[in-house]
Design a protein around this ligand. Sequence first.
Ligand SMILES: Nc1ncnc2c1ncn2[C@@H]1O[C@H](COP(=O)(O)OP(=O)(O)OP(=O)(O)O)[C@@H](O)[C@H]1O
Ligand SMILES: [Mg+2]
Length: 451
Amino acid sequence: MIRHAILIVDDEPNMRESLYDILSDYGFCCDIAENGEHALQLLQQNEYSLVISDIKMPKVHGFALLKTVKERFPKTSLLLMTAFATISQAVDAIKSGAEDYITKPFDPDDLINTINRILACKADEEKSIGMSNKKTDRPSAIIGQNRKITEIYSLIKTVAPTNASVLIQGESGTGKELVADALHANSTRSNKPFIKVNCAAIPANLLESELFGHVKGAFTGAIKDKKGKFELANSGTIYLDEIGDMEISLQAKILRVLQQKEFSPVGSEDVTKTDVRIIAATNKDLHDAMNNNVFREDLYYRLNVINIVLPPLRERNDDIPLLVKHFINKISSALGKNITGISDEVMSKLMAYEWPGNIRELENVIERSIILAKHEIVETIDLPEQFHEDVTVLSSENDSFRLAKSEFEKKLLEDALQKSNGSVTRAARLLGISRHSLRYQMEKCGLRKDA
Ligand SMILES: Nc1ncnc2c1ncn2[C@@H]1O[C@H](COP(=O)(O)OP(=O)(O)OP(=O)(O)O)[C@@H](O)[C@H]1O
Ligand SMILES: [Mg+2]
């Protein structure tokens, strides 16, 4: 077994000593530096597998040290320590190349777990050097080249190997679960359990027991002890889908897991320790939820260490051709049909559509069209009803009824927008339609969002 050398950098003597004790007891070979300058001297003299450094230090700041280590000692990993108040700095640190961060005060077991994971990951990387590198920047299941989505790929790549909690936001059907899959698959926990819980699908009174388990007799029907998802996910990842729907009382218990890494099963006072990485997702606006006091602010900040916001499909419609091709290949072979593409007219209709259900809706439309298609190419007639109306008809001048109708509609929209001072949300409420359809109508009538 390799005995890894670790360099501890902290300006606080107590912290240095306790780190030294924990790490040496565990069998690491440790050196200590009091500040960044001292650390750089030692780095020149010895080879370290890992530097563990405080972010806030006089003279050479943790960030400057990070930069130098990454440039001059690329084989050395870096773990940063931060107080909770500066967690945003830790996120920046990860983005600029630190392997992970840990918040003070920390549990010695957590520290050792984190270090072991970093070192194991590094060993894997070293092993794969020289072999063909199958890992591309794009997680294989996620399709798209739009700028917003490629930024998300690199964020996934950067944060996946860390322990940081991730909050994924986006409208329904934008691919939140795919991102969660990619985060787990690219993490150092990828061969450990990945447990998914849909918080909206489980009745509120059962969710607590589902998550944390229960003991026999905890409630009517609890005939024996049952393990919860957090216990099953131990050492792996848990995906809390639709977290915005979780009741506030239960949110406190999730916060406890995040902060203390512990929970108690329903009906028991026993404390169970857990090492689980949390990925949460929601299509709700959590800021609204916090303003309405239905989502805890402290939980929001704990979950939102890394924030991934998936754009709606209408904001990345340049990806539609790629997605269409992907779904045609996938679905046509699954259904045993030989569909090779779609007509130009179908493509322009798909590009012009609003896609309130996003990629899931696109996938469904393609599936349905493939089932109905009589030829190798999908034609307009194979598309659902909403694509049949000819959009160019509105501009045909001799159709006076349509013209009058659209004038009237436009006036209605303008009035509503004026009454609501341009707020699309309020105007939609006034008209009794959804924000999506209002935006669609506005575009159809040539009204700008700031009109
Ligand atoms: N970029 C993408 N490339 C390929 N398929 C995608 C992509 N994004 C989403 N999909 C597909 O679209 C469907 C919906 O994706 P997913 O379930 O991840 O969305 P979601 O945001 O979790 O939706 P919801 O909020 O409704 O739970 C899935 O079948 C998924 O495979
Ligand atoms: Mg989902």
